[in-house]
Design a protein around this ligand. Sequence first.
Ligand SMILES: [Zn+2]
Ligand SMILES: [Zn+2]
Length: 298
Amino acid sequence: MSGLKLGAHMSIAGGVSNALDAAEAVHSNAVQVFMKSNRQWSGPKVSEDDVSRWNEQMPSRGVGFAVSHASYLINLASPKDDLWEKSVAAFADELQRAHAYGIGHVVLHPGAHTGSGEEAGLQRIADALNRIHAQLPECADVVTLLELMAGQGTTLGYTFAQLAQIIALVEVKERVGVCLDTCHALAAGYDFRTEKGYEAMMAEIEETVGIDSVGCWHFNDSANDHGSRKDRHAHIGEGFVGAEGFRHILNDIRWDGVPMLLETPKKEDGDGKDLMNLRALAALVVDADRLPEGLRPE
Ligand SMILES: [Zn+2]
Ligand SMILES: [Zn+2]
């Protein structure tokens, strides 16, 4: 049975595999991790011990799906050659790290053109991916998920059509997909809070990237309203997406098996807020059998 895959972005302090313990603690069956510090260009060598622990613990802790998120520093759309080269190397490293752990999906912010224009930026992203794909045939088992962005500044990838445009320029299509983010979608101008609006968004997804290309969702409420183009996450139900927006996605069985991962603010003293947010999502699901066991209502 596929059902819903729910989880959160978890800390990798002390080792990437520690995120699995955190995922189990909140009864989730999916997890997102960074493969190394997300604000640094390079990281420590992959620990073979941690890879073994990861592979042992993933099934035993009931986590069926893991995705990694690439460093925020990477900008594959940059018109500056030095930053672009550095970004290409850093993203290749992200794919190799995911491959080492057997993680099949890496979420990537497509990038910002910083003045060179949208068309140039989109081409630059595809050029980078084509080069990395040619360089790393062994990483063909890792799919890059281009994230839908809120559209702040010169950030690219804030429409489904733009994500489809990048994919069209990538030579090996099986190596790319998309990650949708509820906060970013609302901020970018998609209003899925009404039934009609949700169906319109789904129709647009089908016509552009296709539902099958969606490798995961980021489930975040938005501190800013529809069309704000600002990226600030809020707890589930406490922002402008609200319960209704999540209800449509959660009860649409077309998303069965596609992980929905929280990136909502954490409490300093642990993951109490993740459980709160997961329970808030679970409460919106009509067919409780689709939920991970530990999140089913009593
Ligand atoms: Zn992201
Ligand atoms: Zn965001």
